[in-house]
Design a protein. Structure first.
Lengths: 242, 759
């Protein structure tokens, strides 16, 4: 599966399934997994290339994990300047659902679409463990299908996933319902056990653990990750109904 | 640039004009007769660049000059199989899975660099084996690592181990490959010579198999990937073929290469795109010996000639001389042979991936590899003389004098625990010992799930990866070695490692089909080491012949010794199996409550070379357990059949630590307890700690007991019911003997490695 330089011509009748764009930066690694999760969740994965200034009529965007641009300088710091991120930022401001997982979360923080920052794990090592999380809010585009307070298990695997922000920001996002996922066993020293946050509007969500790696009982610790795709589909349907 | 032009270059013309100039052949590791042969081959003295190239290509590492005569056994004894699409001599063996898909896999060592600079040494070991997989046309889909260190509480282990694990993890995680298993072993013999063996496996449509031939006169030679720098210059000949001296390793320090997994990720994607588009005639990775090796091998394999303009190679350091450029081991580079009509397209696609690609030469039919530097020839040699016609040694072989003494020093005569309390304590001591304790501290530093196809990873008996989501077809791989058994008897020891890897693959439900090996030994100049090597190779070749699975490739690492002290002979064997439907894989664990626990295979009093003898007595002597490959084949066939019929809830191979350790691991990897009743008349100690081979602990779902028993009897395989799994049992209950609650087992088994290396 290579990444086409130009979008292929649409063949056949247009699909009525939601189109979720998955951005591939140089160094993106979990893009195939994200595509599989989107497909298993009932939507259509649409590959987006970092250097193409086009969103190909997608309804939502998934920024996958990996080490974009080698994570040189700082995780996600270079990706924010890519052609596609300019468009993602504009679309997010207009309300398009955007999710960033792991490196994608770092990119969203670097792009100032999400508050806070992600720094080196407190224990200074890369760590790969299934993470138990509490879904703190169902008021976002990507968690609507979970009940608030639901517990889920997603794999967490990163070296730089410790969420930090200044106290005022932490208080603000807590009060504003922007803490979306919280660790039950904090694996990285994240402040206030925060695993994922949203923007104020709730259409942009970022989290360190990988819902796209929890979509099949055969390969993941759970299938809880399918709820993320189910959430955005129901969010998009409601949007269409509005 | 101008500075370089001012350097006086030793050209072919200069060499002809100054035949008597003294050359540093000895310093470069060449023997006098080897130097004389080079002069004879060329009809003149070699240029500086040529001398560097011959010294590297004729080093032990590249030429296999000491091992070649023995390795021939693999091709001579390999069973014929239509599955083998490419074998020994290629970058990696290629095995057909079905009519459409093939896989390629190989294990390789990076021992010496990992001692000098643990993180980068290990990282570039992983990077190097991944490029071998790409060069065959495959997408790398997983890695594994087999690691051996000195004593866990030695201060230098606290330097080497965290660095090596960081390096393996860093490279694999950043390049985006799941690590699906391996081993971490401690023994004082590896104190000054840690072993870092990395395996990679890739998958491809059969039609995408690539060639390393530089064929088609006029085709263009393109260097793809990183710029060429000073890293690793002389790394192969200086590092890999030099025994570490007791004092001062400082000189070797700058020679270890530095890896960039991000660049390698781009190389993977770019190369696969080029292969899929049919834009590449030939491809070779740049690994040990850099351009020297890639140019001479592709030229020798193809139409026999090549012309290269060396000043076109993009450099990352100033002032590099031609021989530096030719010898550099800068990582993340590939050599492509491309039709002139496709060059522009190839360069454009490389650019899109942000990769440097530069045409540096052309394929010719002159039969010579000619390298020009700013218009002057610095190399003009027959490429095969570098690549294929290096020296071959029949090194002296001598059986070690202490062999008979070791054989009679049997562990079976050591004092043993006799009371229940002592045996109970031994179970805990063993579970806490470095080789048997929980390895999560290592494995959780590795990404195991990227690509979403990892069905089983560490700590299961074998890594299992799905190849096709629609059909469910997959592969299983296990990587195993046992230096202690091989020290006692290298022939049997090598076969025991082969048998274990084979059994591990079968335990997950897969059918073993191919072998790769990494042969880690001391100095080939020591006749005792050569004897060990010859015995081990013969053991593997005979074993594979009997099992009916071919050796598809691998790697030899000699000179693993400090001073006069060689490591245990350590053949590490990778076995690959195919599983029709990964949904039917058999995991480690205890199944569900009420399932039957049984042991397949026979338990004899075999304690020599065992983990028990080492942990409790620091003893190594006697003869290793008996190996019966005919039994292993029956067992593997049975396990495959039981998995296919979903008659196993879990299974676990018995190896180091015997039955006791298998039970401990089963309990630790499930939420259940085990109620065990040893067979009547069995000596509890022997039954729990013997390392008799050919045994598997199985967990049989309720209602399947009779069917499983019948299947065993039909094949003449002994099966012994041992008990049941039980949610209400706390830990291990050994009826009439003792109980060990889960919390106590856990306290012994967990946390040891991190605590020992101070992290």
């Amino acid at each position: 599966m290579s990444h086409p330089p130009t979008p292929p011509a649409q063949a056949g009748p247009p699909s009525d399934r939601a189109r979720i764009g998955i951005v591939t930066f140089p160094g993106s690694l979990d893009d195939r997994d994200a595509a599989r999760a989107v497909r298993l969740g009932g939507a259509e994965p649409v590959p987006l290339w970092h250097d193409d200034a086009m969103l190909r009529s997608v309804d939502a965007v998934f920024l996958p994990g990996g080490f974009s641009y080698g994570d040189y300088l700082r995780c996600g710091a270079i990706a924010r300047f890519s052609e596609v991120m300019g468009l993602v930022r504009e679309a997010a401001d207009r309300g398009m659902p955007v999710i960033g997982v792991c490196n994608g979360f770092q990119v969203l923080c670097e792009s100032h679409l999400l508050p806070g920052a992600l720094v080196r794990n407190a224990h200074l090592r890369y760590r790969n463990r299934p993470a138990r999380l509490r879904v703190e809010t169902d008021k976002t585009a990507w968690t609507a299908a979970y009940g608030a307070g639901a517990e889920v298990v997603f794999p967490a695997k990163h070296g730089e996933g410790r969420f930090v922000a200044d106290e005022a920001t932490l208080d603000r996002i807590e009060a504003g319902g922007q803490v979306v996922f919280r660790y039950l066993d904090n694996p990285n020293g994240a402040m206030r056990d925060i695993a994922g946050v949203s923007n104020e509007a709730g259409n942009v969500v970022g989290l360190m653990p990988h819902p796209e790696h929890a979509v099949e009982a055969l390969t993941g610790p759970s299938t809880d990750g399918l709820g993320v795709v189910a959430s955005v589909l129901s969010y998009l349907r409601q949007g269409a109904a509005r | 640039m101008t500075a370089q032009l001012n350097v006086v270059v030793d050209t072919v013309g200069v060499a002809e004009a100054t035949p008597d100039e003294k050359q540093p052949w000895a310093e470069l590791g060449l023997k006098e007769d080897e130097y004389d042969r080079i002069r004879e081959l060329l009809g003149r003295r070699p240029t500086q660049s040529e001398l560097a190239m011959y010294s590297i290509m004729w080093s032990e590492h590249c030429s296999y000059k000491s091992s070649r005569v023995h390795l021939r056994q693999f091709s001579q004894k390999n069973p014929k199989t239509p599955r083998l699409l490419a074998g020994i001599g290629e970058n990696a063996g290629v095995i057909a899975i079905d009519e459409n898909i093939a896989v390629t896999f190989k294990v390789e060592s990076h021992n010496h660099p990992s001692y000098v600079e643990p993180k980068q040494g290990a990282a570039t070991g992983v990077g190097g084996i991944i490029r071998d997989i790409i060069a065959m046309g495959a997408r790398p889909i997983a890695v594994m690592d087999s690691l051996r260190f000195g004593d866990i509480d030695h201060p230098d282990t606290a330097r080497v181990l965290p660095g090596v694990v960081d390096g393996v993890g860093h490279y694999g995680n950043c390049v985006g490959l799941p690590n699906i298993g391996g081993e971490t072993v401690f023994d004082p013999c590896y104190q000054g010579n840690p072993l870092v063996n990395a395996l990679s496996v890739g998958v491809m449509p059969r039609s995408r198999l690539q060639s390393m031939e530089a064929s088609g006169v006029g085709n263009v030679v393109i260097l793809l990937g990183a710029k060429t720098g000073r890293d690793g210059i002389g790394g192969v000949s200086v590092l890999a073929s030099a025994t570490f001296s007791e004092d001062g390793d400082e000189d070797s320090r700058p020679s270890v290469q530095v890896g960039d997994p991000f660049e390698e990720k781009l190389l993977i994607e770019c190369c696969l795109e080029l292969f899929d588009s049919g834009l590449v005639v030939g491809v070779q990775d740049l690994g040990g010996a850099g351009l020297t090796c890639a140019l001479s091998e592709t030229a020798a394999a193809g139409d026999g000639g090549m012309h290269v303009d060396l000043e076109l190679v993009p450099l990352r350091a100033a002032g590099m001389e031609p021989h530096d450029i030719l010898a550099s081991e800068s990582q993340e580079r590939m050599l492509l042979i491309v039709d002139p009509a496709n060059v522009e397209n190839v360069l454009a696609r490389a650019h899109r991936w942000g990769l440097l690609a530069t045409a540096i030469g052309t394929v010719t039919d002159t039969g010579r590899l000619v390298v020009d530097y700013h218009g002057q020839s610095v190399v003009d040699v027959p490429p095969a003389s570098l690549a294929d016609e290096g020296p071959v040694y029949e090194r002296p072989i001598a059986e070690p004098n202490d062999l008979a003494l070791i054989a009679v020093d049997r562990a079976e005569t050591l004092s043993r625990p006799s009371t229940d309390a002592e045996i109970r304590q031994t179970v805990l001591d063993m579970a806490a010992s470095p080789n048997l304790c929980d390895k999560t501290w290592v494995t959780e530093q590795y990404d195991s799930s990227v690509f979403g196809n990892t069905v089983l990873g560490a700590p299961h008996d074998a890594g299992v990866v799905r190849l096709d989501e629609r059909t469910g077809v997959g592969i299983a791989i296990s990587l195993d070695g046992n230096g202690r058994f091989a020290r006692l008897d290298p022939y049997t020891g090598a076969q025991l490692s082969l048998a274990e890897a084979y059994r591990n693959v079968a335990t997950t439900g897969a059918t073993p089909i191919a072998v790769t090996d990494c042969l880690n030994f001391g100095s080939p100049e020591d006749p005792n080491v050569m004897w060990q090597f010859e015995r081990a190779v013969t053991g593997i070749a005979d074993g594979c012949q009997q099992l009916g699975i071919p050796v598809t490739g691998g790697n030899v690492s000699f000179y693993n010794q400090t001073g006069r002290e060689a490591i245990h002979p350590t053949p590490v064997i990778g076995v690959l199996g195919v599983i029709e439907d990964v949904n039917r894989r058999v995991p480690l664990g205890l199944g569900s409550t009420g399932d039957t626990i049984a042991l397949i295979g026979e338990t004899r009093e075999e304690l020599s070379g065992s983990e028990w003898a080492w942990v409790t007595h620091r003893h190594l002597g006697g003869v290793p357990p008996k190996v019966d490959l005919g039994h292993e084949m029956k067992l593997a066939e049975l396990l495959g059949r039981l998995a296919e019929h979903e008659q196993l809830a879990a299974a676990h191979d018995l190896s180091e630590g015997g039955l006791a350790q298998a039970l401990v691991e089963g309990i630790m990897h499930s939420g259940l307890g085990a109620q065990i009743l040893l067979p009547e008349g069995a000596d509890p100690f022997t039954y729990l700690f013997s390392e008799s081979t050919g045994r598997v602990l199985v967990v049989i779902p309720r209602g399947q007991e009779l069917a499983v028993r019948g299947a065993c009897e039909q094949r003449g395989l002994p099966i012994t019911p041992l008990g049941v799994t039980d949610a209400s049992t706390d830990g291990l209950h050994l009826r009439d003997h003792f109980d060990i609650p889960r919390v106590e087992l856990e306290a012994a088994w967990k946390g040891g490695i991190g605590a020992a290396v101070g992290a």
